[in-house]
Design a protein around this ligand. Structure first.
Ligand SMILES: *Cc1c(COP(=O)(O)O)cnc(C)c1O
Length: 448
């Protein structure tokens, strides 16, 4: 075993971390975990307040998930899905079609949220070329400002987080934009009651004008998480679904972050009775254990890819680890845990406890907005509450608050000056108290 100082040094020098300024990176090295608690190599304990970046569902080292993985390991770790198959992936495809919004019958596996979105974009594109009444002019996408769909070039093209987008702009394809539907910082003259109608009118205007060249609208249903848990007005998703039907445009729902119970229902689309044409899943799919993703499609899409071999209508896309048996086995176990532990039925009490704390924290003079749904929540810190004026980016107030929370044993990762709560669904009421008291302490420290 290397000693702790070597690990810290090698971590800084050789392990290039994602979305991290390595010049001021302060190593935090996790050695093991249990339930919602992570332990670092010095034995310090941290509550996993962001579910290991939005993917952990049932806690770490869940006996059921661990056993499923071990059992599959005794059979086979990986075999190809190119023209062949494996038992757990077949079973998972079937199970996903059973729990997904009705009408999504076919599952294409890949390995990350970004690839799940790339697959959806390419399926939509090829569909319009191959369907019975082809519309090859439909080759453009509509996406939202501040949207986030992953970091490969296609998913960045439909993303809209300015700081990630600007650097690579010359490499990206053209995308039509809609303003992200907001519930905070509404445009002048728009109030909460008519926000949904206001944003839908903008969507309709764009679709009416451009539908002939639009393949699909890409949306994060209900909550744009990476944008700062930006929460859409209720009714927007359903309204958008109606508009995309009226204007003959596909709807791609990216539930990579909001899927698997986070919002209180298995999938966010269920809140508004929406079935998208394509549904992207990743993060929570394996309960946060292994990289696995899925893109679900309707039968209408699937049919456009069928034909005799020489017609070359198959989907020209694939990843080496597509349908990986270990990932599929642990994903199946995660779905079993939902049923066995009544995970969704236990959520309302947890949500209520979280909201009790949020009501108190919302009184703080520097808390501009508290938003989100289910166990996805955010607290936005602002310099001036009356005008919603943000703190300067360089002041790093969110970072300061999270650093102080870490001293109280809670691990968080902010989005700018927005504090994010994204705990495992298995979090206990006591752990919610610990999480929220640490955040409250963090806010006090950051405002000094
Ligand atoms: C995280 C995220 C992605 C990208 O997933 P990766 O597995 O990191 O590629 C895509 N869409 C949404 C909504 C996400 O939150």
């Amino acid at each position: 075993m290397s000693n702790i100082d070597d690990l810290y040094r090698w971590d800084r020098e050789h392990f290039w971390h994602p979305f991290t300024q390595m010049a001021d990176y302060e190593p935090l090295v996790i050695e093991r975990a249990e339930g919602c608690t992570l332990y670092d190599i010095e034995g310090r304990a941290y509550l996993d307040g962001v579910g290991s970046l939005w993917c952990n569902l049932h806690g770490h080292r869940h006996p059921r998930l661990d056993a499923a993985l071990r059992e599959q390991l005794d059979r086979v770790a990986h075999t190809t899905a190119l023209g062949a198959s494996n038992v757990p992936a077949i079973t998972l495809a079937k199970r996903l079609t059973e729990i997904a919004p009705p009408g999504l019958e076919h599952v294409f596996f890949s390995d990350s949220g970004a690839t799940a979105v790339e697959v959806a974009l390419k399926l939509a594109f090829q569909y319009w070329r191959q369907r019975p009444d082809p519309r090859p002019a439909k080759s453009c996408y509509v996406a939202f400002t501040d949207g986030y769909h992953g970091d490969t070039l296609g998913s960045v093209s439909v993303g809209g987080v300015e700081r990630f987008h600007a650097m690579f702009a010359p490499l990206l394809f053209e995308t039509l934009r809609l303003p992200a539907p907001q519930t905070y910082r509404l445009p002048p003259g728009v109030n909460a009651a008519d926000a949904c109608g206001y944003y839908l009118a903008q969507a309709e205007e764009l679709l009416r004008r451009e539908h002939a060249r639009i393949a699909a609208v890409v949306i994060e249903p209900l909550i744009q998480c990476a944008a700062g848990i930006l929460t859409h007005p209720s009714g927007y998703l359903r309204g958008l679904r109606e508009l995309t039907r009226r204007y003959n445009v596909l709807l791609i729902a990216d539930e990579v972050a909001v899927g698997f119970g986070r919002t209180g229902r298995m999938f966010a689309c269920e809140h508004e009775d929406v079935t998208p044409d394509l549904l992207c899943l990743a993060k929570g799919l394996t309960g946060g254990y292994l990289p696995l993703a899925a893109t679900l499609a309707t039968d209408e899409l699937w049919q456009a890819f069928l034909g005799p071999y020489e017609a070359s209508r198959q989907f020209y896309h694939g990843h080496t680890y597509c349908g990986n048996p270990l990932g599929a086995a642990v994903a199946l176990a995660s779905l079993d845990v939902f049923a066995e532990e009544q995970t969704l039925a236990k959520l309302p009490a947890k949500v209520e406890r979280l909201e009790m704390h949020l009501r108190r924290i919302a009184q703080h003079p520097n808390v501009g907005d508290v938003r989100g749904r289910g166990l996805i929540r955010a607290i936005e810190l602002v310099e001036d509450r009356a005008t919603a004026r943000p703190f300067a980016f360089r002041e790093r107030r969110g970072h300061l608050a999270c650093r102080a929370a870490r001293e109280r044993g809670v691990l968080l990762r902010p989005l700018g000056n927005t504090l994010v709560m994204f705990p495992p669904l298995s979090i206990s009421l006591d752990e919610i108290d610990q999480l929220m008291l640490a955040i409250e302490h963090g806010i006090e420290v950051a405002m000094r």
